[in-house]
Design a protein around this ligand. Structure first.
Ligand SMILES: Cc1cc2nc3c(=O)[nH]c(=O)nc-3n(C[C@H](O)[C@H](O)[C@H](O)COP(=O)(O)OP(=O)(O)OC[C@H]3O[C@@H](n4cnc5c(N)ncnc54)[C@H](O)[C@@H]3O)c2cc1C
Length: 634
């Protein structure tokens, strides 16, 4: 029998995945433990983005993160199994395949929708709490539109085009907002007038997002109404039928689609385990002590939605939200490592920083800060906060890879302008239009470099890319003139400035102006590296000059051949900027830089070597161990 301590984490959700990563890091040198992460799925689901898949904004695979990828090269064993029972006395989990013994168990099994005993709700509504749920909703909505487009009677068509979301909390509002946004595209694709689509969001409570400030509530309601959603608060649902939702004191709403987003309770496995074996509270959450251990079992730790704990000085238990999953994962990983090492445990004292809700991809509301000082935001800023926070989480889980793909899905590849940046970053055009520009810029750099290389070859000691300090008479005049120009221009109006600059620069040979503070910094650093106290050049000056010239030739060749064009174009911009700050850039350097920006995003991927070389290199790159371990692939 193995003497190693088995740490088993049940559930690879927000809490479980971070706990496993953090424990693996803390105990990486400890050979006396094994870490096992068990989940019924081979992937982690980004639940907070489910509505985006359900309403066709982002691709389906974008909300799944493969567990093998996350834990590559880390001492965590991934087990794909559904746990059906837990024996807390013998410390074992019963799965559908086999049983798993544990010395320390982390419960992170999350939640599931609850129906509060509402008649017909479970049977006749769709839920939004898993990847499969999101797909089901998406295809159901598509089917409703498709059927409506060929419906034989107006009643049938109206029934198919009525959508009801029950629940005005985060999930319900995000779902209806996203659906409202999607209907524009669906109506266009299925040739259905927008007025025919009826969208409802209902709740028993008198207002939407009741945890938010009244200002945000009003803004949310206003936004939803603008999007064509009828908000029915103070509406008690009496029954969900196969083809209708019934509200107390009102007529039933006939509908083909009911989405239930009205509340949650503990996962199936927590419902299954006996309250005698492990103490539960508030719809199957595990009652925890201050160290986030079950109050009945010291070796059972709890993370995420499963935690029932009321922090000192608070009246309510910690919220079932991602931030709680993150904080609890941090604490539990510390406490398990501390238990293994015989060190002191830490208490759970979480501080929460608010919440953000998207109403479609273009608008959101957020209430953030600390319990003492909260700020409310709506629109662009709220969406920016939401995306930033998501990216921080994704970076923790799957590093650069996930942040990159998230940005692609949310900003750069988004369709129908469904992003808070609109479609500005996602407008796509074929790369072959850029081929002439790429060849032209490449040729310019190449010829520049060749001419300069000729000068170096004829006299290697001649430094012409850096100003000489030995005879400064001409240069001083130029510098004085630029300083005078900047001063004059600062006093003039904008157009006057432009005219003034262009007059002086054409007189001065067209060099671009450089702000004085930049010149000062450049002068200081150049003095340090390239000049001796006597004003003579150091040896580094000639190395620098040769490197710059070789760089120009290489950039030119790379652009002409379409090889590594992303790097070459970035180098074109950087080189242009360097020449500019040195105060020797002619006005044409501006278009070198502008063209560099235009060419940066894959201009070599058509009619260039990148088309062949990059896929080949990418395959090899992705196989490198450090690349997989540090998620440096895309
Ligand atoms: C549509 C939607 C939008 C949301 N939006 C927000 C938001 O904007 N902000 C926010 O803070 N929160 C939001 N939430 C809530 C947030 O997603 C949860 O608080 C969070 O996922 C809880 O993390 P967790 O680790 O406890 O559980 P989960 O992330 O739910 O993970 C539980 C894991 O356990 C696994 N599992 C469960 N039972 C078993 C079993 N018997 N055997 C094996 N594996 C099992 C599941 O497969 C799953 O991987 C949203 C939720 C949804 C559904």
């Amino acid at each position: 029998m193995s003497l190693k301590k088995n740490i088993v984490i049940l559930g690879a959700g927000y809490g479980g995945i971070l706990t496993a990563k953090k424990i693996a890091k803390k105990l990486k040198k400890n050979e006396d433990v094994t870490i096992t992460l068990i989940d019924k799925n081979a992937y982690h689901t980004m639940l907070t983005e489910l509505h985006e898949v359900a309403a066709g904004r982002v691709p389906e695979e974008s909300i799944r993160i493969d567990l093998e990828k996350v834990f590559y090269g880390r001492p965590v064993k991934i087990v794909l199994d559904e746990i059906t029972d837990i024996d807390f006395d013998s410390k074992s989990l019963k799965g559908s395949k086999t049983s798993y013994a544990y010395d320390y168990l982390v419960l992170g099994t999350g939640s599931k929708p609850t129906f509060y005993g509402c008649e017909g709700a479970q049977e006749h509504s769709l839920t939004l709490w898993s990847y499969e749920d999101a797909l089901k909703i998406k295809y159901h909505i598509l089917e409703a539109f498709e059927k409506a487009s060929v419906a034989k009677t107006p009643e049938m068509r109206a029934h198919l085009l009525t959508f009801v979301v029950i629940g005005c909390g985060f999930t319900g509002i995000e779902m209806i907002g996203e659906l409202a946004e999607w209907t524009d595209e669906l109506c266009f694709n299925f040739n259905i007038p927008k007025e025919e689509v009826k969208l409802y969001v209902l709740d028993l409570l008198p207002k939407v997002l009741p945890m938010f400030d009244d200002k945000l509530i009003k803004k949310t309601e206003k936004r939803l109404e603008k999007m064509g959603v009828e908000v029915l608060t103070s509406s008690t649902i009496t029954e969900v039928k196969e083809n209708a939702v019934c509200i107390k004191g009102k007529e039933c709403i006939p509908t083909y689609t009911t989405i239930w987003a009205a509340g949650i309770e503990g996962s199936d496995i927590l419902q299954h385990v006996d309250g005698e074996d492990i103490k539960k509270q508030a719809r199957h959450r595990v009652e925890c002590d201050q160290y986030l251990r079950s109050v009945d079992h010291e070796e059972v730790f709890v993370v995420g939605d499963n935690v029932f704990f009321i922090p000192e000085g608070e009246e309510r238990p910690v919220p079932q939200m991602v931030e709680n999953a993150e904080h609890s994962a941090k604490l539990v990983s510390h406490n398990i490592a501390a238990t293994v090492k015989g060190e002191a445990l830490k208490s759970y004292q979480p501080v929460f920083h608010g919440a953000m809700v998207c109403i479609g991809g273009r608008y959101g509301v957020a209430q953030v800060g600390t319990p003492k000082k909260e700020f409310v935001f709506s629109g662009f800023i709220a969406m920016l906060i939401k995306h930033m926070i998501n990216m921080v989480y994704f970076f923790e889980v799957l590093g650069f890879n996930k942040v990159w793909t998230y940005m692609m899905h949310e900003f750069f590849h988004v369709k129908n302008r469904r992003s808070f940046f609109g479609g500005h970053f996602s407008k796509r055009s074929p790369n072959f239009w850029l081929v002439p520009l790429r060849l032209f810029v490449g040729a310019k750099w190449f010829l520049e470099g060749i001419v300069k290389m000729g000068k170096i070859a004829s006299d290697p000691s001649y430094i012409f890319l850096l100003p000489s300090k030995v005879d400064v008479s001409g240069a001083t005049e130029v510098v004085e003139e630029v300083v005078e120009t900047v001063k004059l221009a600062a006093d003039a109006g904008f157009m006057d400035k432009v005219l003034h600059y262009s007059a002086v620069f054409s007189e001065w040979g067209g060099a671009l102006p450089v702000p004085e503070f930049v010149t000062n910094i450049v002068d200081w650093s150049m003095d340090l590296v390239f000049y001796q106290p006597t004003g003579e050049f150091t040896a580094l000056a000639s190395v620098f000059q040769t490197t710059m010239v070789v760089g120009e030739i290489l950039i030119g060749l790379a652009l002409i051949g379409g090889l590594f064009t992303m790097l070459a174009s970035a180098a074109s911009v950087v080189m242009g900027a360097m020449i500019w700050v040195s105060g020797t850039a002619p006005a044409e350097m501006l278009w070198y830089m502008a063209a560099g920006v235009a060419l940066i995003a894959g201009s070599g991927s058509t009619f260039g070597l990148d088309y062949y070389v990059l896929p080949f290199l990418k395959k090899r790159w992705m196989k490198l161990k450090f690349v997989q371990k540090w998620y440096l692939f895309t």
